[in-house]
Design a protein around this ligand. Structure first.
Ligand code: GAP
Length: 597
């Protein structure tokens, strides 16, 4: 993919998405709405398959994870506890001339000569607004003056005379609009949560938010779910659902949208001090790679590594090869305030930045964060309801520890709790008192569980799968002449349609009847597209573009017109190799199911 013209490739993918009905612009008839997308027939199937494979691997195939489907709008205090009300913001800047808004960190750095003005006036009016324009090298000063004149005119000064022109050399500055050179406003925070009102009165006390992540619902339902599912720590709760963020700059097709879906798991684990009390030692990663079946003595680092590897395995299982993915460990200054470690799983999208060697660096598909006990602790503080759990094994193990070990573990636990409380702004005295109570509770078998969170985006994954599947190659037409074809090489597991059934000719009722019989055999088990329109070659091409991995053709051999040996057999064609084999109708379903795995 590295050698392709990536802008052109992305254009082709976007256009195929519209042409084939994967993705449409939302509200297209009304000119669209920036940051919102609709999934057409094939896109809807693709997303369903993504969600189904994720759900199956995360909960149905495991004993230690259960599901949840919570409401999108929740109590506004939840967002205070989670920190979203106060800190979920991006720094934004506005162009002083056009008012266009940018995310401060996404402004392309500019170099050149900045022309600054202290104001402008005419016979009747004066403006003392300071303004400047950055010109790239080689541009005449007149263009800066033109932009500045426009700026002051918009402040009500007709035919302005510019005042105090000065120039300054500027290197790699993000203070200017790359589109017109105009100065930008100072960066200021912009909260990304979408607001609404619950109930008929639009008053401050009725303000609510569309959830910006699905995770918080899991934390606030943690106790209920644990009780009803009879799970014990370590265990997880997963959820798939819509999330909303008022992104300043939605971009790169669906990659950064304002409405999207998340697939999140919150996996609750014992604090390391509890593990050490029970097992004497905490198992920590000794090597890289998958650490194997979970063990009771795993600390947070082992669990973190385990989930990172599980997630990579999932992506590979649905057809994203390992070399298209990147494991990125967030650096200290990139980590969220509550996170001990976060690994981002990146996909090398065609629009990703390139490193010095020209390789695509990748964009985030998923973050796997070790969130400590921050979330449940916050909800405990804000709601006044307990989120601690009782651990029978810990209670039994504690009295057997020697005094030195008890003191060491208590102190470590006390310090961690105190650090958390101080960070949340609690007074030192109150923090110490609370942390001491928490350490006492530990010795009685109680603690707030820690969390490992793999959090993925459905839409980003759909886009990655679309980018990964897109290929162009050559295939023979009906007359054997090579023509170029677009093939969406989806893994059969996530392909929107699994198999297409074709009668060789539409105007032969026996062929149509038999083809419909075959379709009806497959349909209860697989998503099937029945297609009888046009020449068979054209029908193959249509399915190749939809990414249908298998095609079944019913011909005169099937009807037994060319001898008994081929009667009730069909041609099974594979999309990628274009190889065809004869398969008995009675064996067809099993043959196809075998190829899906
Ligand atoms: N609970 C943690 C959390 O929400 P995040 O990194 O902000 O973490 C998790 O989001 C995932 O959600 C991302 O890795 C991405 O796949 C998806 N996501 C986040 N913002 C998105 C957006 N504006 N458009 C599409 N997907 C988005």
């Amino acid at each position: 993919m590295a050698e392709r013209n990536t802008g052109e490739l992305m254009e082709k993918i976007v256009s195929l998405c519209k042409r084939k009905g994967f993705i449409f612009q939302s509200s297209e008839m009304y000119g669209g709405l920036n940051g919102f997308w609709d999934y057409g027939p094939l896109g809807a199937e693709l997303k369903r398959n993504i969600k189904e494979t994720w759900w199956r691997s995360m909960t149905q195939l495991r004993d230690d994870v259960v599901g949840l489907e919570a409401s999108i709008i929740m109590h506004p205090r939840i967002w205070e506890a989670s920190g979203h009300t106060s800190t979920f913001s991006d720094l934004m800047v506005d162009c002083l001339l056009t008012k266009k808004r940018f995310r401060a960190d996404q402004v392309e750095p500019q170099s050149g000569l900045a022309y600054g003005y202290t104001g402008a006036k005419n016979d009747v009016k004066e403006s003392k607004d300071v303004f400047s324009v950055l010109l790239p090298p080689g541009k005449p000063p007149e263009s800066a003056r033109k932009v500045a004149t426009q700026f002051y005119r918009e402040r009500g000064i007709e035919n302005p005379v510019l005042i105090g022109e000065q120039t300054e050399k500027v290197e790699n500055s993000q203070r200017y609009n790359p589109e017109n050179g105009s100065l930008l406003t100072e960066p200021r925070p912009f909260n990304l949560m979408l607001k609404t009102y619950v109930g008929p009165v639009e008053s401050a006390e009725n303000i609510s938010y569309l959830r910006p992540e699905t995770a918080q619902a899991i934390f606030v339902q943690f106790k209920n779910v644990m009780e009803v599912s009879r799970q014990k720590v370590p265990f997880g709760i997963c959820q798939i659902g819509k999330a909303f963020r008022n992104e300043i700059n939605p971009r790169n097709f669906t990659f950064r949208s304002r409405e999207f879906e998340q697939m999140e798991l919150e996996f609750f684990i014992r604090p390391d001090e509890a593990i050490e009390a029970i097992f004497g030692k905490v198992a920590k990663p000794a090597t890289t790679g998958h650490p194997g079946e979970p063990q009771a003595n795993w600390g947070w680092q082992m669990w973190h590594q385990y989930w990172v590897e599980e997630r990579f395995a999932y992506y590979e299982s649905i057809g994203l090869p390992r070399h298209t993915l990147v494991e990125y460990w967030q650096k200290g200054d990139e980590l969220a305030h509550y996170a001990r470690a976060t690994v981002d799983i990146l996909y090398k999208f065609p629009f990703s930045k390139r490193n010095e060697a020209g390789e695509l660096m990748g964009e985030e598909l998923e973050g796997v964060a070790a969130r400590s006990d921050f979330d449940l602790s916050q909800h405990q503080r804000f709601s006044g309801k307990q989120t601690i759990v009782f651990d029978e094994e810990l209670k039994g193990a504690w009295p057997k520890l020697d005094d030195g070990k008890k003191a060491e573990l208590s102190l470590r636990f006390f310090e961690a709790r105190q650090k958390y409380l101080l960070k949340t702004g609690e007074q030192p005295e109150k923090s110490s008192k609370q942390a001491r109570e928490d350490a006492d509770n530990l010795s009685k078998g109680y603690y707030v569980p820690h969390v490992i969170e793999p959090s993925a985006g459905v839409d980003r994954l759909a886009l990655a799968l679309l980018c990964n599947a897109y290929t162009e190659d050559q295939a023979p037409d009906e007359k054997g002449k090579l023509e170029s074809r677009v093939v969406m090489r989806f893994h059969p597991r996530i392909a929107p349609v699994k198999v297409a059934v074709f009668p060789l000719l539409k105007n032969k009722p026996e062929l149509v009847k038999k083809a419909k019989e075959v379709r009806d055999i497959l349909r209860p088990h697989l998503s099937v597209d029945y297609d009888e329109a046009g020449a068979i070659g054209r029908r193959y091409r249509r399915q190749d573009e939809a990414g249908t991995p298998f095609g079944v053709t019913i011909d005169f051999d099937t009807l037994g017109e060319n001898g008994e040996a081929l009667k009730d057999t069909v041609t099974l064609r594979e999309r990628d190799t274009m190889k065809q084999e004869r398969v008995k109708v009675v064996d067809l379903l099993n043959a196809l199911l075998g190829k899906m795995r």
